[in-house]
Structure formats: C-alpha cells, structure tokens
Design a protein around this ligand. Structure first.
Ligand code: CA
Length: 220
C-alpha cells in the first residue's frame, strides 16, 4: 500500500511517516499543496492524508482539484482546525474521514485500515482466502490455523495480491506499492518476496504469469 502524506509541520510529519512505515506502508511525504499535484501525476496512491493548513495552496483546494480530476482514492483529513464548519466543508469536498490534531497514532492507523478495506468492500481488517488468514492490523498470518512468519515486505506483497484475487498484478504495480520515493529499489526484489511466499504457502499459491506479473487465484 502506498500512501501520500501532505503535512507542512516537520515534527508531526515525521512522527506520522515513521508510524506508517512501521506498519509496512510505503509513504511519500510532501509539504506543500503544489507538490501534491506532482506526486499525484506520477503515482497511483491508495490513500492520501491531507493537512488543511498548508503554505501556498490550501488543503481544501488540493482536495477539490483531486476530486475534480476524478481521483477516487480515500482522503483522510488531518488538521488542527476542529470547528464543525471546516469538518463539514472537508467531507463535502470529497474527504472520507477527518481526524483532529493532536490525535493518537493508533487511531490514525485504525482509520486508515477502515478506509482501505472499505475500498475493497471488506467489513473486517482480516483477509480470509481459503485456508489462509491475514490480519491487517496485527500483520499475523496463519495457514490452516498455524502461524506463518512474514517480513514487512512479504506482508505487503501478499496483501496487494490478496486485494486483487484472480487478477494479474504486474511487477511494476507491486514495486510501486512497496517503495516510496526515497527507498532504494533493487531489481528482482519482488521475485524474491514471491519466492519466499511460495515457500511459506505452497508453490502453487502465487502464479507467475510470464511477462505480465503475478496472481493469486480467486478465493476457493
Ligand atoms: Ca499545517
């Protein structure tokens, strides 16, 4: 999952970025409304965290522009403006949720999970696929009830594939979800994670569609 964080306060931005990375999200952090346009032009984000009070172009303007362009990813507003009018304005402008600063990181993470699962019509933060169970909050996986240890990257690859059961996900798409701008992308790493996942869940679990990408069969 790749998230765009829009926040001009360095301390708040740093703590949110760190919290999101700790949950295995790839995060790109921009400080101004103008930079949002550039970021959105280059990457298909899964969610945007948007501060309203920004230098230059304001958050509300950024949000309206994104929705006018047809960007449909979930937007969670994070702002110190706690008045009801701003909240209502944000939701009416196309935001999906609203969190007033200061907030608890755990609450932010739970709200992000809620928005991301709503996107794939899931009512709980657990993916069940045949005999596999993946808990998106605790990152714990089980196969036939037995715990399976996953690294952060393995978890991320597995999650993207499970979010698109029966569909081929290209290597480029997987890489985009795994790495933010500053991360070093080594070649063939996606193949390595898939290889690990096959070892853990069985060789047929993830299909390699040659020259296209990878897929997990639709749930049995
Ligand atoms: Ca601000």
């Amino acid at each position: 999952m790749r998230l765009l964080l829009v926040e001009d306060d360095p301390m708040i931005g740093e703590s949110i970025e760190e919290g999101l990375r700790g949950e295995s999200y790839a995060v790109d952090w921009v400080r101004t409304g103008g930079d949002v346009e550039l970021a959105l032009a280059g990457v298909a984000y899964d969610l945007m965290l948007l501060d309203l009070g920004l230098p230059g172009k304001q958050g509300m303007e950024v949000l309206r522009a994104a929705r006018a362009r047809g960007d449909d990813f979930p937007v969670l507003i994070i702002t110190a403006r706690d008045g009801t009018p701003a909240r209502v304005e944000g939701l009416d402008a196309g935001a999906d949720d609203y969190l007033v600063k200061p907030f608890d990181l755990d609450e932010l993470l739970a709200r992000i999970r809620a928005l991301l699962r709503r996107r794939v019509s899931r009512t709980q933060s657990v993916i069940v696929h045949g005999n596999l169970r993946l808990d998106l909050a605790s990152h714990e996986a089980t196969l036939d009830g037995q715990p399976v240890k996953l690294s952060a990257r393995e978890f991320s690859v597995l999650r993207v594939l499970l979010d698109n059961p029966g569909s081929v996900v290209s290597k480029a798409q997987l890489e985009e979800k795994l790495y933010g701008w500053n991360a070093e992308v080594e070649s063939n790493t996606v193949d390595v994670y898939v290889h690990h996942l096959r070892k853990k869940f069985g060789s047929d679990f993830i299909k390699n569609v040659r020259g296209v990408g990878y897929k997990i069969a639709a749930a049995p």
